[in-house]
Design a protein around this ligand. Structure first.
Ligand SMILES: [Zn+2]
Length: 454
């Protein structure tokens, strides 16, 4: 997106006119894609901002963008647009208090819906997505990275979906989608898994050279680092000093929406960066201890953590990490998955997660590139290959048992040839077809091995 393609005032006015019409009727708001995204805070901001008032905010934002254009660093892409929207909300809030916040938020949401940046899903609306894109820099960076990393979010019609961050596919369980049309899911039900993919997705299929236990320790650290980052998003939302309805929703999720009072770690701890870091350290320590002990008995955890993450949950993270590490160290699984090159930087980032704490700092361990359609297309192809390689690898480790290293090596060689010697030709759509139609059907247990190797 270039400077010239920032939305025009006419675009924003047209979107605003549509949103105001919807917001006037609760039933129309509830039944629309925009209402599902902008939800209660979006409707509230619009209804508190008379249309005539919005004109002033459209105008003052134009003045801000004109000033920014004189800076070399301002390229006018999607990242700059949202940075400018956030700066506008901050300035209006500091100058005019809550009314300034509400009016500038109404304007920012109209702009966000005009550009509808970096969509990740065709069959779900992400509730409060635009709100967080405007108000939280961390969320925005993860969202744009998720787009470039080929993350797709889908609704799971049946059953409980498996967790497969390496494939970039986030499948949302039915229990997280209320029975409303259009179908929708809260941002906090997808944001956490999105962070997993963006930060560490590729690491979920790799094996540490230090052995299986080291792999399990790394995986559990990835989990706890992602959990701790949730605190940052809360802090960024709370920073405006306005009691957003969405903050109440986030707190209520901690208690499972119990009607009686509860202690909110988000509300009490997240605003204090030093305390957030202490909690992150305690969380990681409990998780690593749990890996060492096999997840049993449940770890003893810091008292302040207990209303946020159950010790049972940490124990199950530890067990899951150990099982995944064992799969990853199986030679047959390695043979399939190592044919796909690792993603740059993710392994190092996971190493950093062991000794750095990100919840309390302003540092965000991801790049800040704008959403890019070519990057997404390439990543989507890679994710398809990875999903297939995992399928092949899991089949091979189940079926081969103690087959010889030589057979594993041959299997690996065949796959590498298929994928191409210089790395995967990600742009070649016919390869997926070859693998699905020829390789996978060919390697059914036992009979298959001969077919594959000869
Ligand atoms: Zn997780």
């Amino acid at each position: 997106m270039t400077v010239q393609s920032l939305p025009s005032q006419d675009d924003v006015r047209a979107t605003a006119a549509r949103l105001y019409r919807l917001a006037d009727s609760n039933s129309a708001w509830l039944a629309s894609a925009e209402g599902a995204d902008l939800w209660v805070d979006g409707q509230d901001a619009l209804l508190r901002t008379p249309v005539e008032m919005l004109q002033y905010y459209i105008h003052s934002f134009e003045i801000l963008v004109d000033r920014l254009r004189s800076h070399d660093a301002f390229k006018g892409g999607m990242v700059d647009l949202f940075e400018a929207l956030q700066a506008h909300v901050v300035a209006c809030t500091e100058t005019l208090g809550k009314p300034g916040f509400m009016h500038s938020l109404a304007h920012a949401l109209c702009v966000a819906r005009s550009v509808h940046a970096a969509p990740l899903t065709d069959d779900l609306e992400i509730v409060n997505d635009s709100l967080l894109m405007v108000l939280s820099r961390s969320y925005r960076l993860f969202r744009f990275n998720a787009y470039n990393s080929g993350v797709t979010i889908r609704y799971a019609a049946d059953g409980w979906p498996a967790f497969h961050p390496e494939s970039g596919r986030l499948v949302v369980a039915r229990r997280y989608t209320p029975d409303l049309n259009p179908r929708r899911v809260q941002q906090y039900n997808v944001n956490h898994d999105m962070m997993h993919v963006v930060l560490f997705g590729d690491c979920y299929v790799r094996a540490s050279s230090e052995g299986c236990r080291a792999t399990a320790r790394r995986l559990v650290l990835a989990e706890e680092a992602s959990i701790a980052l949730d605190l940052r998003i809360y802090r960024e939302l709370a920073r405006y000093g306005v009691r957003l309805h969405h903050l109440g929703e986030i707190e209520a999720t901690e208690s499972g929406w119990r009607p009686d009072g509860y202690h909110s770690v988000f509300a009490e701890i997240a605003p204090d960066p030093a305390e957030s870091e202490r909690l992150e350290i305690a969380l990681k320590r409990a998780a690593v201890d749990s890996v060492q002990s096999g997840g049993l008995p449940c770890p003893t955890i810091h008292a302040r953590l207990q209303d946020w993450v159950a010790s049972k949950a940490i124990a199950s993270h530890a067990q899951w990490s150990r099982a995944t590490a064992e799969r990853n160290h199986s030679p047959a699984f390695r043979a399939a998955v190592d044919a796909i090159p690792s993603l740059d930087g993710q392994s190092l980032r996971l190493d950093s997660a062991a000794f750095e704490n990100w919840s309390g700092t302003d540092r965000i361990p991801v790049d800040s590139r704008p959403p890019c359609e070519e990057d997404r297309a390439r990543a989507l192809r890679r994710n398809e290959f990875m999903a297939l390689a995992v399928k092949v690898g899991e089949w091979a480790s189940r079926s081969w048992g103690d087959r010889t290293e030589a057979a594993v090596g041959e299997f690996s060689r065949r796959l590498s040839c298929l994928f191409g010697s210089g790395g995967l030709p990600f742009q070649d759509p016919t390869l997926i077809g070859i693998i699905e139609n020829q390789v996978l059907p060919a390697i059914t247990p036992d009979a298959a091995l001969a077919d594959l190797l000869h």
